[in-house]
Design a protein around this ligand. Structure first.
Ligand code: PLP
Length: 384
C-alpha cells in the first residue's frame, strides 16, 4: 500500500525542539534549550488535583470549561487589569494556550487571508495560519531591544490583512511591548478593522518591575482582541495543559465550534486545581516572580563578559545571547550540544525574513539552579 498523507502535512517540518531535545539526550548534555521548567510547581496545587480526583471530578467537563475556573479567570482579570470578561460568554478553557491559538486562528482566518506575525515568533503561529490556509506576513523585532519599525507595520497592511498575532511578553526574546508600541498596534488594528490575537502566556513573568499591559485594555481593543493565557506557565505545570481565551462572545463561539470537534473538553481535575490556584494567586505571585528574577539575574551576570553576551529579557523565561561573529546559530548549537554538552535553541528557525537569528542562541532559564550553573559552565568552556 502506498501511504499518502494529506498535502497539509507536507507543510509541517520536524520542530527544532524535537531535534535539540533528542540531541541533548543522545549527548548527555545540560538542556537549556527545552522551553519549560525542570522543576515542579507548588505542592499545594498538586494536592488540589488529588482532591478533585478523590471528590469524583473525573468525568467530562463542560465543553467551555468548568464554571468555577471561568469565574475565577474573569475575577482575576477584573482585579488586576480592570477588564470585564463575562465568565458566561467571554471565557473558554482550552487544552493549553496551544489549543486556544489553533482554534482562534482557525475560527477567524480564511483561505488567502493575510496574518501579521512578529518575528522571531513562537512557531505554532505560522503552522496554525498555514493549516488554516492563511498567508503569514512578517515584521521583524530588531536587536538589541527587539523593537519594530512602525512604518514596516503600517506598510505591511493590505486589503487582505485580517489578523495581527501578538506575543507579549515575548518568546524567544523576553521583550515586553511598551505602551507606545501597543498603542500603535491598536491604532493600526482599529484603522484597518483587524483582529488581534494576543498570546500572553507569560503575563505574570516580568522582571525589574516591568508592567505587562494586555492590549485588550487599550481603547477600542476589547471587542477585537482574543487574549490567550496558560496556567502551565503561571503555575509551572506545563504538562497539565490548562489554558484559556478571553474575547467577545462571537470569537468565543468560533473557538468553541472548532474545539467541539477536536478536544471537546479539557482535563477535569486539573481545571479544578487551577480554579483553586487562581484564588491564591496574589499570595503566590511575589515568590514566583522572585524565583525567576533570581534565575534571570544569575544567567545575565554569568554571561555578561563571556563570548555569549546576553540581551536583557524583561519578561518570559527565555534569554537571547549573542554568539561569536564568525559563527552561525545552527552550526554552533550543534557544536555546543556535541562537544560542550549544553543544548540551546538556534533562533534562526523563529525568523522568516531576517538573518538576525543567525547571530544568537536562545536559552531557557526556567531550570534548577544546579542545571543553570552546569549549563553556564559548559557554555563558558567554549573556545572559538
Ligand atoms: C509564546 C507561547 N505561547 C504558547 C505556548 C504554549 O502554551 P501551552 O503549553 O499552554 O499550550 C508557549 C509554550 O512554550 C509559548 O511559549
Amino acid at each position: 500500500m502506498s501511504i499518502k498523507l494529506s498535502k497539509r502535512i507536507e507543510r509541517i517540518p520536524e520542530s527544532v525542539f524535537t531535534t535539540m531535545s533528542r540531541l541533548a539526550v543522545e549527548n548527555n548534555a545540560v538542556n537549556l534549550g527545552q522551553g519549560f521548567p525542570d522543576f515542579n510547581g507548588p505542592d499545594w496545587l498538586i494536592e488540589e488535583v488529588y482532591n478533585a480526583m478523590k471528590n469524583g471530578k473525573n468525568q467530562y467537563a463542560p465543553s467551555i470549561g468548568i464554571l468555577s475556573l471561568r469565574k475565577n479567570i474573569s475575577e482575576l482579570y477584573k482585579s488586576i487589569y480592570d477588564i470585564d470578561w463575562s465568565y458566561e460568554k467571554e471565557v473558554i478553557v482550552t487544552m493549553g494556550a496551544t489549543e486556544a491559538l489553533f482554534s482562534a486562528i482557525h475560527s477567524v482566518v480564511d483561505e488567502g487571508d493575510e496574518v501579521i506575525i512578529f518575528e522571531p515568533y513562537y512557531d505554532s503561529y505560522i503552522y496554525d495560519v498555514l493549516l488554516a490556509g492563511g498567508i503569514p506576513k512578517f515584521i521583524t523585532l530588531h536587536k538589541p531591544v527587539f523593537s519594530f519599525n512602525f512604518d514596516d507595520l503600517e506598510k505591511s497592511i493590505t486589503n487582505k490583512t485580517k489578523v495581527i498575532i501578538l506575543n507579549n511578553p515575548h518568546n524567544p526574546t523576553g521583550k515586553v511591548y511598551t505602551k507606545e508600541e501597543l498603542k500603535f498596534i491598536s491604532e493600526i488594528a482599529i484603522k484597518n478593522d483587524l483582529i488581534v490575537i494576543s498570546d500572553e502566556v507569560y503575563e505574570f513573568l516580568t522582571y525589574d518591575n516591568t508592567i505587562h499591559i494586555p492590549i485588550s485594555t487599550l481603547t477600542g481593543m476589547k471587542e477585537r482582541t482574543i487574549t490567550i493565557s496558560s496556567a502551565g506557565k503561571t503555575f509551572g505545570f506545563t504538562g497539565w495543559k490548562i489554558g484559556w481565551a478571553c474575547a467577545n462572545e462571537q470569537f468565543i463561539k468560533g473557538i468553541h465550534s472548532i474545539r467541539q470537534w477536536t478536544t471537546f473538553a479539557v482535563n477535569t481535575p486539573c481545571q479544578h486545581a487551577v480554579a483553586f490556584g487562581l484564588t491564591k494567586i496574589k499570595d503566590y505571585l511575589p515568590d514566583f516572580r522572585k524565583l525567576y528574577q533570581k534565575k534571570r539575574d544569575f544567567i545575565i551576570k554569568e554571561l555578561e563578559n563571556s563570548l555569549f553576551s546576553p540581551t536583557i529579557p524583561l519578561g518570559s523565561y527565555f534569554i537571547m545571547v549573542n554568539i561569536p561573529q564568525n559563527k552561525n546559530d545552527m552550526d554552533l548549537a550543534l557544536e555546543l550540544v556535541r562537544d560542550y554538552k549544553v543544548a540551546t535553541i538556534p533562533p534562526s528557525v523563529f525568523y522568516s525574513i531576517s538573518d538576525e537569528g543567525k547571530s544568537m542562541l536562545r536559552l531557557c532559564f526556567a531550570k534548577q539552579d544546579e542545571t543553570l550553573k552546569n549549563g553556564v559552565k559548559n557554555l563558558k568552556a567554549y573556545k572559538v
